[in-house]
Structures are given as C-alpha cells and as structure tokens.
Design a protein around this ligand. Structure first.
Ligand code: ACM
Ligand code: ZN
Length: 754
C-alpha cells in the first residue's frame, strides 16, 4: 500500500479514537435511480496517484469510461494494478452488477460490459460532483465504503426526442445521451421526420435535404391563440449520415440503442412537399409551418413503397437497432377516402375500410423490415384495423393500446400522455414557459407504474418498459429542452429501473435535492419545483380548513392571510388554517435565512357550495381523477391554461351527471362552470349543459369556442337545496381535428355557486 494511504488510514484511526462522532459518520449515498440493495460500511477508499485499475477484457468499455471520468475530472492518473478491479461474473443478470467499495479497493462484477457500465454510473454518484466538470483539484478522491447489488426492473428504459419541430445540435444530442446513460437508461428514440421537417440525410432523395428539411416560417405563440401569427424566418436543417453515425457510435459506447423513427403513413407532409407523387392528390404542398395534424399522408402506391424501402435501406445502414419505429400515429383518412387509387386498393385487397388500409400499409412495411432482420415498433394507432404480426406497440393514448396488445401477445412500451409526456407543464405557476398544455408534475411521473392493472402477471411480461417523450413544438432551445426534461427524466429513470416496493417519493425528493449539484456541474438546466408549496382545502363536518405542505425536509412554511408577501418574520405554519370566508393565502418555504422557491398564492372563493355534498355518476378517468368530486366545490379554481392539476377532473367519452346537496335550501343567484377546451389534446367543452334545481330546469347551449377555457356564469335567482348538472360529452372528434374519430374528453373544474 502506498505510504500516503497508510498515513491517511493512521490519521483516520486516530480520529476514530479521538473523535468518535466523526469516525462513525457514514455518508449515505444519494443514488438515482435507487439501487436494489445498498449496504454501507464504516470506512472509505481513497483513489490517488498510487491507485491501479485492472479489468477483464469483456468489461473494457466501462473500465475505460471510469478511467477517463477520473482522469479528465481530477489531477489523478490511474496506473495498472489491482486496487480497482472489473471482474466478469456470469451469475449476474445482463444489466445487473455488484459494486463493492472497501478500504482495500473497489470491485465491480458484472456479466456484461453494460452491467459494469451501470456499476460505474453508481460509483460516479459516490464521488464529488466537481469531478463532473474537471474542477476537482485535490490529490485524492474519498469514496464511502459500500456494497451495491443492483439490476433493472424493465428492459426498455427510454427517452424520446422530436427534432422535426425544433432541431438540436449534434453536441447537444450527445449531452442528452450522456444524461440518459448516467441514469441507466438504454434507449434513445429519435423522432427524425414529421410534417414540419425531415431531419435525416437520405442520399437517394436529395430533395429531402433541399426541400423537406426547411420550412418557410414558424408559428409564434400557442396554437390556440387566434389568429395564427408567424415569425417570417426560414427554419430547418438535417443531420448528415456522418453525423448520424457519430451519434449512434457515441450512444453505443454508453450502451444506449438509438431507435430511429421514420413516420408513416401520416406526419408525412414535409416528404410530400418535396415529392408530391407520394401523396394522394399529386398537388404541391409546403413543409408545415404550424403544429397539429395534417391531411397530407402517403398514398399506398408503388412509388410510395419504393420510396420508403429506399429510405429504410439507408436508415438500416446507419442504425443497427433491432427496432425501427414506423410512427403510425395521427394519420387522417380524408385523402384516402377521396383517392381513386386508395379506394381501388381497398376493393382489390378486400379491406374493410381506411383503418384496414393503414394496417395493410404497416404490415407491408413490417414484412420489408422483417426480411432485413428488423422488428417494427409503432404508436398505438397501428392496432386500428389489425396489428401487424410481429409489431411492438408504443402506447401513448393512455394505456388501452398496451392492454390490447399485451393480451394478444405483442410487446409494448408504455408512453401514456398522462405520465410520460415531458412537453406538458410541470408547475401550476402561471408564469412557467409556454407549453403545449396538460400538467405532468414530477410526482405524477414518479408514481407511474408501467404495468397496467388490467394485465395478469403472465401478460405483464409483454410490457418491455417505459419511455419519456419530448415533443418540441414549444421547445425551441437546448436550455428550454433541458428544463422540460429535468428532473422528470430522473423520476422516470427510477420508474423503469427501481423496484416498485422500494419507491418512496419523499426519499426521491431528498436525493434529487442533492442531485441538483451534479446537474449544475454538468451544466444541465433543470426545473426546480422542490420548494413549492402544495395546498388543499379540507372540509370536515361543515367546517373548512386549508392545509399547506412542502416536499423537502428541515424547512419551514411561513404565510400571510392579508394579501401581503410572506417574509422571514411571517407566521410559521403549524396546523391547518380555519377558513370561514373568502381568503387569499400567500405562503413560501424558508430556511433559517431566506425564502427558497417562489411564493405560493391561493385564492379561496368561499361560495355557497363549499363543503356541500357532491356526487358524480361516473368515476373520472384514473389518470385525471384530481382530488375527486369534492375538488369541484372546494372554493379553488384550477389553472386556466392546463387541465391536469388536481382541481380538474377528466372523463373520456362519457356523459356525466353531477349532484350537489347544499344541506338546506339556499338562495342561489348564479352558478358558474369551467370546462377546458384543449382541442389539440382531444379535450372539448360540451356543446350544451342542463342545470336542474329543486323545481326549475335551465338549458344552456354553447357555441364552438376557440378559447382554452369555457367559463360561463348562469343567472339562476332561485331558492334550492339540490343542484343537478347534466353534462353530455362532446361526442366524436370531427374530421380534420387532432384525434379525429376518437371520443372527446370532458374536463371540468370548480362549480361556483353564489
Ligand atoms: C404522438 O404523440 N402523436 C405519438
Ligand atoms: Zn391515395
């Protein structure tokens, strides 16, 4: 042993004697995703100039990754030697590992290089964060002694990125891959083609580069802001085949498989803009400049199939992945319905309708890819009209697609919008950066269980794992993309890696708070909502109280009720606040010195129905059950712009009947209802509602509105005890709209009775 190490140990043993407290100080590792089993020991290992590394050749990539991590992040150089050992152990699962740090050294055991790589990612989180950015300047790295036995719960642990709506640099894509591999994720789903841009070089079709890769201008603001405005700036670009190869190699060295997505038959407008003969009308179209779903889809003719096979030939050369993603989502059938060729093909092939024509299309492409030794994966619409024989389904419109696919023996990857769409808002703060809509806070991601409850144990084996999706309509920059991805990607990493029974949100939050420093060192921009406050109105035997909560430990909440900003001198929150009138609560999290995070403001409208009895004849959808029916009369309105917070209840395709019992007859002057109308997310306010009181009935008809929120106040001026609201679902989403042909959602929030 090196003399310096001996001295260090001697000093340590002295301190053991002299200063008991310090000697037993064990540094609890704060690893994300949480490993299967961690055992701490009362010692540590120091890496310094004398430390040697040795490895089995089968584990070389990970051993060299560790060597490079240490050498580029600190002044230390590793020698050859047995202090750090990488050993092959065929008894371990393919992605599993055992990491042992003792005062003698470090041992990593795995049956594959990938397993050893994950051991290194764990070890990395036991080292100071300053190594991440090369600012560690000491001559030894002390590592807590520990044994970690670990393996993943799911085989497929993915992150998606849409580069069609906005494009990101090669360096940034590498940084993204770095982050996901650090979190032990193993798949990067690269969404390369869409209506607004074709982003992969295909040498046989130069117009994909010249025409399809660029749009003339881009929508400014939200799609639902009318009238649409554009920035007047040409936008685009594409990845050359050399760049694609470089990224695929880079990912491979981090055990990340890149799955390319070439969208078909829909989301094809950029390709059709360059080659109109691929569409049904042969008429020129432009690369799309705004978001949404477009009518232009590939016509299933000889030219199209030849084109797609040529494209895939080049794609297969670049991507060695077992899976090729063929899209399949959101393909409107209008063009096919009006196309002589398409209708002839339906007859000739004896197909039932256009959905079966889509199935014919996908099955044909599957046969081509299967003949090249590859498998297809597609969005859950590929189930409509019959699933191609060997296809894997990516379930995004909830989990029904997954259940159907798994029950028929097909593999599935879970990406439901409700838990995996990281383009949704993550904060209720109205000044959060503009997003597509929805609300997917960290806790909801963390709470996701990829196995749908409808599946038996046997069927659940078809669930390969889960993936976070990042669609970039509203994400133009790299910093903004990071803000949307982090920390939700960390929560998802634990969803797919860690055992369900070990998951604990509070514990995750405390590890995340610590992980912030590593993200800072890595120059990753993340959303920090850990110091936000959550509030709930609680009604109990006719009395109402307001409860405040925050996630992080060891801090206090201070609040005011007079509308003033809370300060370090404001009242400390200790128990539920009684509410007897309309009030505004302002609160914030403080440490001993200062306010952390932003001020929380909640207006409580203490109207006549607060605390009343309420029933709904249907259960809200389980992904959007908010705080239950009581949330509709708790005096609190949800966000005007997002529908997923706990004040909003979502019902899919169902008519609902709400009954409120005020307890005794009261004079009701007005009733106000709030419906969300995010049509891009298939959410439609009702066309009409009926309000029935003890003795009177009112019918209200609405006109189709463009606004995100349908807020209506009705003049009632009647004495009543019971209030019934009859709310029919909007019905089927009309042609030309996103999700056409599917049932619409109804989202309802506070019913305000005055
Ligand atoms: C999707 O979000 N259109 C798959
Ligand atoms: Zn056609």
């Amino acid at each position: 042993m090196h003399i310096k190490k001996l001295i260090a140990l001697f000093i340590l043993s002295l301190s053991l004697v002299n200063c008991k407290e310090k000697s037993v100080q064990i540094i609890k590792p704060q690893i994300i995703p949480l490993p299967d089993a961690v055992e701490l020991m009362d010692s540590f290992f120091s890496i310094d100039e004398s430390t040697g590394i040795t490895y089995d050749d089968n584990l070389k990539v990970s051993a060299l990754f560790l060597k490079d991590f240490i050498e580029s992040g600190s002044p230390i150089h590793l020698k050859e030697g047995n202090d750090i050992q990488f050993k092959l152990d065929d008894n371990l699962k393919p992605e599993g590992y055992v990491l042992t740090v003792s005062k003698e050294g470090i041992t990593i055991k795995a049956s594959t290089d990938q397993g050893a790589f994950y051991a290194v990612q764990t070890l990395r989180q036991l080292m100071p964060v300053s190594i991440e950015n090369g600012t560690f300047s000491e001559d030894e790295i002390n590592i807590q002694a520990v044994t970690v036995k670990d393996q993943p719960q799911f085989k497929y642990r993915g992150m998606h990125l849409d580069v069609a709506r906005h494009m990101f640099s090669v360096d940034f894509i590498k940084k993204y891959i770095d982050a996901l591999s650090m979190l032990k994720m193993n798949t990067f789903h690269w969404h390369l083609t869409d209506d607004q841009g074709w982003r992969i070089e295909i040498k046989k079709y130069p117009k994909l580069q010249e025409v399809s890769a660029y749009r003339d201008e881009t929508l400014v603001g939200h799609y639902s802001d009318q009238p649409h405005q554009f920035d007047g700036k040409r936008y685009g670009g594409y990845y050359t085949q050399e760049e694609v190869k470089e990224i695929v190699q880079y990912a491979k060295a981090r055990f990340v498989t890149v799955i390319p997505e070439i969208e078909m038959p829909g989301h094809a407008q950029a390709a059709i803009a360059a080659y109109p003969e691929l569409g049904c009308t042969d008429e020129p179209v432009e690369v799309a400049k705004k978001w949404g779903v477009f009518e232009e889809i590939y016509c299933p003719n000889q030219k199209t199939f030849a084109f797609l096979e040529d494209v895939l030939d080049e794609v297969l050369e670049l991507f060695p992945s077992k899976y090729i993603h063929v899209g399949g989502d959101e393909a409107p059938k209008t063009r096919w319905k009006n196309c002589v060729h398409c209708q002839g093909l339906i007859k000739k092939e004896g197909l039932k309708d256009e959905h079966h024509l889509q199935s014919y299309f996908i099955t044909k492409m599957e046969a081509y890819l299967n003949s090249k030794g590859r498998q297809i994966i597609g969005w859950d619409e590929i189930l409509e009209g019959g699933l191609a024989p060997n296809a894997t389904v990516m379930s995004w419109r909830g989990t029904n697609g997954a259940v159907e696919a798994a029950k028929s023996g097909h593999n599935v990857v879970m990406t439901p919008t409700s838990h995996c769409y990281f383009d949704y808002y993550q904060s209720e703060n109205e000044d959060a950066p503009l997003a597509i809509g929805g609300f997917l806070p960290l806790e909801k991601v963390y709470g996701f269980n990829p196995i749908p409850e409808e599946l038996t144990t046997e069927e659940s084996k078809y669930v390969l794992g889960a993936q976070g999706n990042i669609w970039t309509e509203y994400i133009p920059t790299e910093k903004h993309l990071e803000y949307m991805a982090f920390p939700r990607m960390l929560a998802l990493s634990e969803v797919v890696w860690s055992k369900l029974k070990h998951k604990d949100y509070k514990d995750f939050v405390s590890r995340l708070e610590n992980f912030h420093q590593r993200l800072d060192a890595l120059d990753i921009n993340y959303a920090n909502h850990l110091y936000e406050i959550e509030g709930d109105l609680i009604s109990d035997e006719g009395k109402s109280y307001y409860e405040l909560k925050t996630l992080t430990e060891g801090k206090s909440i201070r609040y005011t009720l007079d509308g003033s900003e809370p300060t370090i001198n404001s009242k400390v929150y200790e128990s539920k606040i009684p509410i007897t009138e309309s009030s505004t609560i302002k609160a914030a999290v403080f440490n001993e010195e200062k306010q952390l995070g932003e001020t929380f403001t909640q207006h409580i409208n203490y109207h006549k129905a607060v605390g009343a009895k309420i029933t709904i004849d249907k259960q809200p959808h389980k992904a959007y059950s908010g705080s239950g029916a009581e949330g509709l009369i708790n005096g609190i309105s949800g966000s005007d712009s997002r529908y997923g917070d706990k004040e909003w209840l979502g019902f899919w395709g169902e008519d609902i009947l709400i009954e409120i019992d005020l307890g005794k007859e009261k004079i009701v002057n007005t009733i106000e209802t709030r419906f969300h109308n995010g049509q891009g997310q298939w959410i439609y306010s009702p066309k009409e509602i009926k309000i029935i009181l003890d003795e009177k009935e009112f019918d209200y008809v609405f006109w189709d509105i463009g606004d995100l929120l349908l807020k209506k106040e009705y003049e009632i001026n009647t004495k009543t005890r019971y209030i019934k609201l009859v709310i029919p679902n909007y019905g089927t989403i009309p042609e030309g709209k996103q999700g056409a042909g599917n049932k619409a959602w109804t989202f309802i929030d506070e019913i305000i009775v005055n």
